[in-house]
Ligand binder design. Sequence first.
Ligand SMILES: [Zn+2]
Length: 83
Amino acid sequence: MSKAFGCPKCKRPVANRNRAECLYCGAALPEQVLFSPEERAQRERRLEQERAQSAAFEQELTQLKANLKSKKSWYQFWKKEER
Ligand SMILES: [Zn+2]
């Protein structure tokens, strides 16, 4: 893993190994520079996990907001009663 990934044409480091061509000069990158299908699948799985986690978080937040809303309306109701 110590081998540096670089563009064969302009010799710049490859910033995005997900792209089939160099970001700087547009040269086609050799396969060994790009992610292997296995690495892609791993990345895909990780992204899937992150998506699931953020979806769960989103749901929690929505519920929390709903709770807060109901409390607020109760509070306002109470305020109105006092006046
Ligand atoms: Zn290049």
